[in-house]
Design a protein around this ligand. Sequence first.
Ligand code: ME8
Length: 481
Amino acid sequence: MTNKKFYLTTPIFYPNAKLHLGHAYTTTISDILVRYHRLVGERTYFLTGSDENTQKMVDAARKEGQEPLVFLDGIVAKFSSLFKELDISYDQFIRTTDRKLHWPGAQKLWTKLVESGDIYKKEYEGLYCTGHEAFVTEKDLVDGKCPDHGTVPERIKEENYFFRLSKYNDTIKNKIESGELHIVPQARKKEILSFLGDGLQDVSFSRPHRADWPEGLGIPVPGDESQVMYVWCDALSNYITALGYGRDDALYQEFWQDNEARMHVLGKDILRFHGAIWPGMLLSAGLPLPKTLLVHGFITSGGKKMSKTLGNVIDPEELLAEYGTDAVRYFLARHMSPFEDGDITRESFKDAYNAGLANGLGNLASRIMQLAQTHLSAPVKLEYKPFPKEFSDALDNFEIHKATEYVWDRISALDRKITETAPFKVVKEDAEKGRAIITELTTELAFIDQMLEPILPATSKKIIEAIMANKKPENLFPRKE
Ligand code: ME8
C-alpha cells in the first residue's frame, strides 16, 4: 500500500449538444490514468461534469423550443449515459448550476480575488463569440467571422468587473518554466510560454445579468446581483468547488491542499484558460496551483476536423452500439497519441478492431483457455506481480498509447509462443510436459490481463474469471466484416 494520492479532472463539457468522440477521448484516457493509480493502491478522486451557465446552452434550448433548465437535464442525462457506456469510473459529476455544491465555492473564490484587490469595474466594449464564450479581437477574425465557429461575434458595450490577470503574468511564467506547473507535452508548454511572453491582459470576469436567462442560471457576483460571473471564472472554479471548497473542506484539503498530484486533462483548445487564467485566479486567492496539465491533441476524421457540414462526425454511441465499450476504449488508448492529433475513420476503426481485438487479444484468450480447459485439471495458481517498468513508466509519463502498445507486444509474443511451443502436440506425446507449457501460457495471459485492467476493465474481468474457472471465455470480440 502507498499513501500517495491522485486527483484528476476532465474539462466540464458544454451541454449545448451531445458529446462526440473528442469528449469521449478526453474522458477515456482520464479514466485509464485514474484506474491505473487506483490499482497501484493510491487514493484517487476523479471529477468530471458540465459547464452549464452559458449563452450557447440557452440558444440551443430555445432552438429546440425547450426551457433551458429542462433542456439541460436532458443533455446531462445523455452525458451520464455515454460515460456509463464507456465505463468511466468517475467519483463525481459536478454541474455548475448546482447551487448547493458549486455556487458557494465559486462565490468564495470571487471574494478572495476581491480581497486581493484584483477585481475592478470597467466600461468595456468588445466582440463576444458565443462559441468560445469569450471576447475575441479583430485580429482573431477572418472576414469578420470567428474562424472556429463561422459566426459573426456580437459587439458588446457594457460595464463589467475585470480580473487583474496581468499582475500574475510573470509568476505564472516562472512556475511553468521551472516545471512547478508541469505542462505536458513540451510543445504545449512552449505554446503557453510564448503566449505569456506577449504579456497577459486583464480579463472581463462578469456580465450583466440577462433578463432572458431563467432563475437559477448564472452565478450572481457577490455583493452585486446585477452581474453574473463570467462563465470561465465560474467553470474553472469547479475543480475545487466540487471537492468542497467554500462549503465542506475535507475532500478539498485531502485532494487539493495536501496532495502532490493534482492533474487536469484537457484538449489543446482550452490551454490558455487552464495555463493562464486559472493559475492567475489561484495565485490571487493564495491557493495551490495544479501540478500537471495534460494537454491532448484533437481527433480528426479522414484528415479533417470532424464537422457536421463535412459529414465526417463519428458518434461514439454508434461505435459503442456496433463494437462495444472496450473496442472504443481500445482504439482511443492505442491508436491515438495523447500528445498529437490523431485520425479515425470507420474503416480504420474496423481494421484496428479486427487486428488487435478479434484476431489479437480475443483469439489469444480463447486459444489458451481452450487448451487449459481441455488439459488442466484445476485453474492455474495466480500471483500478483508488480507491473513491468516499461508499462508503468509509460503511464507515469501519460503515454497511454505506449503502455497499450507494450501490452499488445506481449500479446503478440504470447501468440508466437503458442506456435513455437506447440502444446497441443506436446501434450499428446508427454502429457506432463504439455501441461507445464499450458500452465506457463495461462500464467502469462493472467499477467497480461492485469495490465489490461485499467485499459479494458470489463474484458480484463472476463478473462480473469475464465482463468479462475479454468474455462474458455465466450467469444470476446467477434470478427467484423
Ligand atoms: O471547452 N478531439 O467545453 P467543450 C479531442 N466547457 N478532444 C476534443 C475534441 C476533439 N476533436 N473536441 C472536443 C469547454 N474535445 C468548456 C471547458 S473546463 C473548466 C470548461 C474535448 O464541451 C477536449 O478535451 O467545448 C476539449 O478541451 C474539450 O472537449 C472541450 O469541451
